[in-house]
Design a protein around this ligand. Structure first.
Ligand code: GUN
Length: 286
Protein backbone atom coordinates (compact mmCIF):
# COMPACT_ATOMS: atom_id res chain seq x y z
CA UNK A 1 0.00 0.00 0.00
CA UNK A 2 1.20 3.53 -0.72
CA UNK A 3 -0.34 5.99 1.72
CA UNK A 4 -2.47 8.96 0.69
CA UNK A 5 -0.79 12.18 1.78
CA UNK A 6 -2.90 14.30 4.14
CA UNK A 7 -2.37 17.80 2.74
CA UNK A 8 -2.31 20.06 5.80
CA UNK A 9 -1.91 23.17 3.66
CA UNK A 10 -5.09 22.40 1.70
CA UNK A 11 -7.14 21.57 4.82
CA UNK A 12 -5.83 24.74 6.52
CA UNK A 13 -6.75 26.78 3.43
CA UNK A 14 -10.32 25.47 3.49
CA UNK A 15 -10.69 26.29 7.20
CA UNK A 16 -9.09 29.73 6.67
CA UNK A 17 -11.86 30.49 4.13
CA UNK A 18 -14.51 29.61 6.74
CA UNK A 19 -12.73 31.73 9.38
CA UNK A 20 -12.73 34.79 7.10
CA UNK A 21 -16.51 34.56 6.85
CA UNK A 22 -16.84 34.15 10.64
CA UNK A 23 -14.48 37.09 11.29
CA UNK A 24 -16.52 39.33 8.96
CA UNK A 25 -19.79 38.24 10.60
CA UNK A 26 -18.37 38.97 14.06
CA UNK A 27 -17.27 42.43 12.92
CA UNK A 28 -20.75 43.16 11.51
CA UNK A 29 -22.51 42.03 14.69
CA UNK A 30 -20.15 43.61 17.24
CA UNK A 31 -19.02 46.75 15.39
CA UNK A 32 -15.37 45.87 15.98
CA UNK A 33 -12.76 43.45 14.71
CA UNK A 34 -11.88 40.39 16.79
CA UNK A 35 -8.39 40.67 18.26
CA UNK A 36 -5.49 38.41 19.24
CA UNK A 37 -2.66 39.61 21.47
CA UNK A 38 0.63 37.76 21.05
CA UNK A 39 3.30 38.08 23.73
CA UNK A 40 6.92 37.13 23.02
CA UNK A 41 9.51 37.36 25.77
CA UNK A 42 13.09 37.37 24.49
CA UNK A 43 14.39 36.79 20.98
CA UNK A 44 14.42 33.02 20.40
CA UNK A 45 14.72 32.78 16.58
CA UNK A 46 12.22 29.89 16.17
CA UNK A 47 9.68 31.69 18.40
CA UNK A 48 10.14 34.88 16.37
CA UNK A 49 9.22 32.97 13.19
CA UNK A 50 6.16 31.38 14.87
CA UNK A 51 4.97 34.78 16.17
CA UNK A 52 5.44 36.39 12.75
CA UNK A 53 3.40 33.60 11.13
CA UNK A 54 0.63 33.91 13.71
CA UNK A 55 0.38 37.66 13.09
CA UNK A 56 0.32 37.15 9.31
CA UNK A 57 -2.42 34.52 9.78
CA UNK A 58 -4.55 37.03 11.69
CA UNK A 59 -4.23 39.62 8.95
CA UNK A 60 -5.27 37.12 6.27
CA UNK A 61 -8.37 36.13 8.25
CA UNK A 62 -9.46 39.69 9.14
CA UNK A 63 -8.53 39.43 12.83
CA UNK A 64 -6.68 42.29 14.55
CA UNK A 65 -3.29 41.29 15.94
CA UNK A 66 -1.43 43.10 18.68
CA UNK A 67 2.15 41.95 19.24
CA UNK A 68 3.98 42.66 22.49
CA UNK A 69 7.73 42.08 22.37
CA UNK A 70 9.35 42.02 25.82
CA UNK A 71 13.05 41.85 26.76
CA UNK A 72 14.49 38.48 27.79
CA UNK A 73 15.06 39.79 31.34
CA UNK A 74 11.40 40.81 31.86
CA UNK A 75 10.29 40.02 35.42
CA UNK A 76 7.41 37.74 36.40
CA UNK A 77 5.58 40.78 37.84
CA UNK A 78 5.97 42.84 34.65
CA UNK A 79 4.77 39.96 32.46
CA UNK A 80 1.77 39.31 34.71
CA UNK A 81 0.95 43.05 34.73
CA UNK A 82 0.83 43.01 30.92
CA UNK A 83 -1.40 39.91 30.95
CA UNK A 84 -3.74 41.64 33.45
CA UNK A 85 -3.94 44.64 31.12
CA UNK A 86 -4.76 42.42 28.14
CA UNK A 87 -7.32 40.49 30.22
CA UNK A 88 -9.13 43.79 30.85
CA UNK A 89 -8.89 45.06 27.25
CA UNK A 90 -12.29 44.73 25.50
CA UNK A 91 -10.61 44.71 22.07
CA UNK A 92 -8.54 41.65 22.97
CA UNK A 93 -10.41 38.35 22.54
CA UNK A 94 -7.45 36.00 22.68
CA UNK A 95 -4.07 36.09 24.43
CA UNK A 96 -1.15 33.89 23.42
CA UNK A 97 2.10 33.83 25.37
CA UNK A 98 4.68 32.22 23.11
CA UNK A 99 6.57 29.30 24.68
CA UNK A 100 9.19 28.50 25.78
CA UNK A 101 9.60 31.37 28.26
CA UNK A 102 13.05 32.31 29.61
CA UNK A 103 14.05 29.99 32.47
CA UNK A 104 13.62 32.59 35.27
CA UNK A 105 9.87 32.85 34.59
CA UNK A 106 7.26 30.50 36.10
CA UNK A 107 5.49 29.21 33.00
CA UNK A 108 2.54 27.55 34.76
CA UNK A 109 1.77 30.73 36.75
CA UNK A 110 1.97 32.85 33.59
CA UNK A 111 -0.33 30.54 31.60
CA UNK A 112 -2.96 30.45 34.34
CA UNK A 113 -2.86 34.26 34.66
CA UNK A 114 -4.52 34.53 31.25
CA UNK A 115 -8.31 34.91 31.57
CA UNK A 116 -9.93 31.50 30.93
CA UNK A 117 -12.16 32.95 28.19
CA UNK A 118 -9.17 34.48 26.37
CA UNK A 119 -6.92 31.42 26.68
CA UNK A 120 -6.79 30.61 22.95
CA UNK A 121 -3.86 28.20 23.48
CA UNK A 122 -5.99 26.08 25.83
CA UNK A 123 -3.10 25.94 28.31
CA UNK A 124 -4.93 27.39 31.36
CA UNK A 125 -5.51 24.75 34.05
CA UNK A 126 -9.27 25.37 33.83
CA UNK A 127 -9.42 24.79 30.06
CA UNK A 128 -7.15 21.73 30.38
CA UNK A 129 -9.50 20.47 33.12
CA UNK A 130 -12.62 21.16 31.01
CA UNK A 131 -11.05 19.13 28.20
CA UNK A 132 -10.53 16.26 30.63
CA UNK A 133 -14.19 16.47 31.67
CA UNK A 134 -15.20 16.32 27.99
CA UNK A 135 -16.76 19.82 28.12
CA UNK A 136 -16.80 22.30 25.26
CA UNK A 137 -13.76 24.55 25.83
CA UNK A 138 -10.83 26.29 24.19
CA UNK A 139 -8.66 23.27 23.33
CA UNK A 140 -4.95 23.34 22.48
CA UNK A 141 -4.29 24.21 18.84
CA UNK A 142 -1.86 21.55 17.56
CA UNK A 143 -3.95 18.72 19.05
CA UNK A 144 -7.19 20.20 17.58
CA UNK A 145 -5.46 20.57 14.20
CA UNK A 146 -4.36 16.93 14.33
CA UNK A 147 -7.98 15.84 14.91
CA UNK A 148 -9.16 17.97 11.95
CA UNK A 149 -6.59 16.21 9.74
CA UNK A 150 -7.81 12.78 10.85
CA UNK A 151 -11.41 13.89 10.14
CA UNK A 152 -10.34 15.07 6.67
CA UNK A 153 -9.61 11.43 5.71
CA UNK A 154 -13.32 10.61 6.12
CA UNK A 155 -12.44 7.59 8.28
CA UNK A 156 -14.80 7.07 11.25
CA UNK A 157 -12.73 7.36 14.44
CA UNK A 158 -15.21 5.67 16.82
CA UNK A 159 -13.88 2.44 18.27
CA UNK A 160 -10.46 2.75 16.59
CA UNK A 161 -7.27 1.99 18.50
CA UNK A 162 -5.38 5.28 18.79
CA UNK A 163 -1.81 5.35 20.08
CA UNK A 164 -0.18 8.65 21.04
CA UNK A 165 3.59 8.66 21.46
CA UNK A 166 4.52 11.55 23.76
CA UNK A 167 2.89 12.90 26.92
CA UNK A 168 3.58 16.64 26.84
CA UNK A 169 1.02 19.10 28.19
CA UNK A 170 1.06 20.92 24.82
CA UNK A 171 0.42 17.95 22.51
CA UNK A 172 0.48 14.39 23.89
CA UNK A 173 -2.01 14.69 26.75
CA UNK A 174 -4.56 16.98 25.02
CA UNK A 175 -4.51 15.03 21.73
CA UNK A 176 -5.15 11.82 23.71
CA UNK A 177 -8.19 13.45 25.38
CA UNK A 178 -9.51 14.73 22.04
CA UNK A 179 -9.16 11.23 20.53
CA UNK A 180 -11.08 9.87 23.54
CA UNK A 181 -13.78 12.47 22.88
CA UNK A 182 -14.02 11.01 19.36
CA UNK A 183 -14.61 7.59 20.96
CA UNK A 184 -11.21 6.09 20.16
CA UNK A 185 -9.59 3.55 22.49
CA UNK A 186 -6.51 5.52 23.49
CA UNK A 187 -3.05 4.45 24.64
CA UNK A 188 -0.35 6.96 25.58
CA UNK A 189 3.29 5.86 25.22
CA UNK A 190 6.23 7.80 26.66
CA UNK A 191 9.92 7.56 27.43
CA UNK A 192 9.42 4.92 30.14
CA UNK A 193 7.03 2.75 28.10
CA UNK A 194 8.21 -0.77 27.41
CA UNK A 195 7.64 -2.25 23.93
CA UNK A 196 6.68 1.04 22.23
CA UNK A 197 7.08 -0.59 18.81
CA UNK A 198 4.71 -3.41 19.71
CA UNK A 199 2.08 -0.99 21.07
CA UNK A 200 2.43 1.41 18.13
CA UNK A 201 1.79 -1.49 15.77
CA UNK A 202 -1.68 -1.97 17.26
CA UNK A 203 -2.65 1.59 16.26
CA UNK A 204 -5.33 2.28 13.67
CA UNK A 205 -4.48 5.94 14.36
CA UNK A 206 -0.90 6.75 15.37
CA UNK A 207 0.03 10.23 16.60
CA UNK A 208 3.77 10.85 16.94
CA UNK A 209 4.66 13.75 19.25
CA UNK A 210 8.01 12.77 20.69
CA UNK A 211 10.40 15.38 19.35
CA UNK A 212 12.93 12.84 18.01
CA UNK A 213 13.82 12.77 14.34
CA UNK A 214 12.33 9.74 12.55
CA UNK A 215 11.72 7.85 15.81
CA UNK A 216 8.80 5.91 14.29
CA UNK A 217 10.03 3.36 11.77
CA UNK A 218 8.17 1.10 9.33
CA UNK A 219 8.14 -1.89 11.69
CA UNK A 220 6.01 0.18 14.13
CA UNK A 221 3.19 0.81 11.64
CA UNK A 222 0.06 -1.32 11.32
CA UNK A 223 -0.84 -1.76 7.64
CA UNK A 224 -3.66 0.69 6.83
CA UNK A 225 -3.03 2.98 9.82
CA UNK A 226 -3.57 6.75 9.78
CA UNK A 227 -0.25 8.36 10.78
CA UNK A 228 -0.16 11.92 12.15
CA UNK A 229 3.37 13.29 12.55
CA UNK A 230 3.52 16.26 14.93
CA UNK A 231 7.34 16.38 15.03
CA UNK A 232 9.39 19.33 13.79
CA UNK A 233 13.07 18.43 14.11
CA UNK A 234 15.71 20.60 12.48
CA UNK A 235 18.79 18.71 11.29
CA UNK A 236 21.52 20.21 9.07
CA UNK A 237 19.14 22.87 7.75
CA UNK A 238 16.34 20.44 6.89
CA UNK A 239 13.05 19.67 8.69
CA UNK A 240 12.25 16.13 9.75
CA UNK A 241 9.22 14.67 11.49
CA UNK A 242 9.08 12.11 14.29
CA UNK A 243 8.19 9.49 11.65
CA UNK A 244 10.37 7.95 8.98
CA UNK A 245 8.08 9.07 6.16
CA UNK A 246 9.44 6.79 3.41
CA UNK A 247 9.04 3.65 5.50
CA UNK A 248 5.67 4.58 7.05
CA UNK A 249 4.14 5.69 3.73
CA UNK A 250 4.60 2.16 2.36
CA UNK A 251 2.26 0.78 5.04
CA UNK A 252 -0.12 3.53 6.20
CA UNK A 253 -3.43 4.34 4.51
CA UNK A 254 -2.98 8.09 5.20
CA UNK A 255 0.03 10.05 6.45
CA UNK A 256 0.92 13.69 7.14
CA UNK A 257 4.16 15.04 5.64
CA UNK A 258 6.66 17.29 7.45
CA UNK A 259 6.55 20.11 6.56
CA UNK A 260 3.03 20.67 5.19
CA UNK A 261 1.03 18.40 7.52
CA UNK A 262 0.20 19.37 11.10
CA UNK A 263 2.23 22.62 11.00
CA UNK A 264 -0.19 24.70 8.87
CA UNK A 265 -3.10 23.56 11.05
CA UNK A 266 -1.80 25.00 14.33
CA UNK A 267 -2.25 28.61 13.21
CA UNK A 268 -5.75 28.13 11.78
CA UNK A 269 -6.87 26.45 15.00
CA UNK A 270 -5.44 29.41 16.94
CA UNK A 271 -7.49 31.78 14.75
CA UNK A 272 -10.53 29.54 15.15
CA UNK A 273 -10.13 29.67 18.96
CA UNK A 274 -9.77 33.47 18.80
CA UNK A 275 -13.07 33.75 16.92
CA UNK A 276 -14.73 31.28 19.29
CA UNK A 277 -13.57 33.40 22.25
CA UNK A 278 -14.84 36.58 20.53
CA UNK A 279 -18.22 35.04 19.66
CA UNK A 280 -18.68 33.74 23.22
CA UNK A 281 -17.85 37.11 24.77
CA UNK A 282 -20.31 38.85 22.42
CA UNK A 283 -23.01 36.33 23.33
CA UNK A 284 -22.30 36.92 27.03
CA UNK A 285 -22.63 40.68 26.44
CA UNK A 286 -19.06 41.42 27.56
N1 GUN B 1 5.57 27.01 21.40
C1 GUN B 1 5.51 25.87 20.65
N2 GUN B 1 4.24 25.53 20.39
C2 GUN B 1 3.47 26.46 20.97
C3 GUN B 1 2.05 26.65 21.04
O1 GUN B 1 1.24 25.89 20.53
N3 GUN B 1 1.65 27.76 21.73
C4 GUN B 1 2.52 28.60 22.34
N4 GUN B 1 2.03 29.63 23.01
N5 GUN B 1 3.83 28.46 22.29
C5 GUN B 1 4.29 27.39 21.61
Amino acid sequence: MQAKIIDGKAVAERIRGELKVRAAEFEKKSGRKSGLAVVLVGADPASQVYVRNKIAGCEQAGINSLAHYLDADTTQDALEALIDKLNADKNVDGILVQLPLPKHLDERRVLSRVAVGKDVDGFHAENAGALMLGEDCLAACTPSGSIELIKSTGVDMAGKNAVVIGRSNIVGKPVALLLLRENCTVTICHSKTQNIAQIAKTADILVAAIGKKEFVTGDMIKPGAIVIDVGINRHEGKLYGDVNFEEAAKLASHITPVPGGVGPMTIVMLLSNTLKAAELSLKAGR
